[in-house]
Write a protein that binds this ligand. Sequence first.
Ligand code: TXA
Ligand code: MG
Length: 327
Amino acid sequence: MNAVAGAAPADIDAAVAALRAGELVAFPTETVYGLGADARNPAALRKIYALKGRPSTHPLILHLAAAAQLPQWVATVPPIATVLAERFWPGPLTLVLPRAPGVPDELTGGQDSVAVRVPSHPVAQALLTAFGGGIAAPSANRYGRVSPTHAEHVREEFPQGLLVLEGGPCAVGLESTIVSLLDASPRVLRPGAITRAQLEQFIGPVSSADAAGAVPRVPGSTVQHYAPQTPVSLLAPADLARALADAVARGERIAVMSRGESAVATTPTLHWQRMPDAAADYGQQLYATLRRLDKLGVSRILVERVPAGIEWDAIRDRLNRAAATFT
Ligand code: TXA
Ligand code: MG
């Protein structure tokens, strides 16, 4: 595992020792950095909620080294789960399945189900393999804040001596796609890099949480989630041009996130952030960009709406949440 970016074997050993001692460890995954604890240790799991400031009813995601460990944690592995695991694991897909007896309530938020994924990041794989058991990990940010996609972001969120394994920038940059397999028809609870269309190629029709109208217990579905501290306004291109002209005329300090070039001359009060054209690149950079713009001291971040295509679903979802309290 020497090829692993950042974390050396000695770092992995230290992290495993910390997990066995009931301590928390932050580690990289291909989606975002996670704040990990031994998933069989209720006291360690409670430390996650305390450190994040997260309500204890909000369940965590269980990370495993391989799908072969599933029977230790879930009551049944439906054929559809096997199909998805074979196709998408290791990778940015989380499956919600009935939990096995003895799985701690602190992991599941007291629910009868457990959310599981097998991450592909080599540091996450090295850690899980060396630890041998399951690691519960939410995103390594304080509750309601933007998820970390660099080790540096984790240290910003938790400056007080948390062990953080280095793994470079996360390749996906947005949290995993969550699919519930509890009911007769599979349902996406949180959009991610793996789209509904990709899932449907292998398992047939998949509904979305929106379509079902139900509100599952997913913290990411509360309105204020993923928000930077600076107000975010999400605008169609024509509205953006107007809002921009007004703000510049007033001398208001603003930042703009757009896939296009600046239509106005750069001024000292305007920061124009050009975003990538392709959804995968945009998603990879979204959270790091929001963090950076949040530090500029601007009064607002104006974000140009992204295209309607399905590959933009996860980005649109996160942008809507970031903007929800302000527009
Ligand atoms: O990409 C990811 O999934 C990252 C990395 C670290 O793996 N983790 C992550 O964790 O995003 P967190 O805690 O920020 O989000 C976990 C989501 C929450 O929305 C939670 O409600 C949902 O998973 N979840 C967990 N268990 C569930 C369950 N039994 N039923 C429905 N949703 C569940
Ligand atoms: Mg989170």
